[in-house]
Design a protein around this ligand. Sequence first.
Ligand code: 5GP
Length: 220
Amino acid sequence: MADSTTAQPQSPRPNLQRRGLLFILSSPSGAGKTTISRMLLAADDEIKLSVSVTTRPSRAGEIDGVHYSFVDDATFDRMVEEDDFYEWAHVFDHRYGTPKGAIRNALKEGQDFLFDIDWQGTQQLYQKDQQDVVRVFILPPSIAELERRLRGRGTDSDAVIEARMERARAEISHWDAYDYVVINEDVDACFAKVREILDAERMKRQRQTGLIPFVRELMN
Ligand code: 5GP
């Protein structure tokens, strides 16, 4: 924790009000988006994860409410009926969705949200809120490397890996529906590029809602 009495401001600009953004990272499984997401969350306290709801069982090490909210089918059905999702999709044998929750109000307060979702979710989120969405796609350097990374994880059977490779090819085919594409050859270099994208998007004029009074003050 930084000491608030000695911490330097992170940005040279004054504390101007800005609107938050919905920062989407997509990639085929194994291309590194989860690693990049974790690095981003650790390095930047203005962005937080949008925790998806899923019907899939938790994997070892996953915490309910942190990595996902794990729910049963009946709960998911009820949430769909009550229109609690920005978007939801079937992925493999399970369902995943983005709960609306407090996102809308938090955006106005300048809170950014990170989404680790697939192309279907990206498309739906973009349709609902084009002005706030920034879409980043992470590609593996090769298919062979992607398979090596998937096997290295050691948590899934051959059949599951085969299904994921199949799905990876399908996921990659949606690369052109994203605003930015980054090839993850080296995780640190990829992370640096993702941060540059986020920093630049925060500086977009239309997101800096505090600019009008600030500039008026400058001109007086
Ligand atoms: P996993 O089960 O490996 O955590 O995730 C499987 C896939 O589901 C990933 O491609 C991930 O991006 C996608 N996913 C996770 N959460 C959501 C969500 O809220 N909505 C959609 N559409 N996809 C999601």
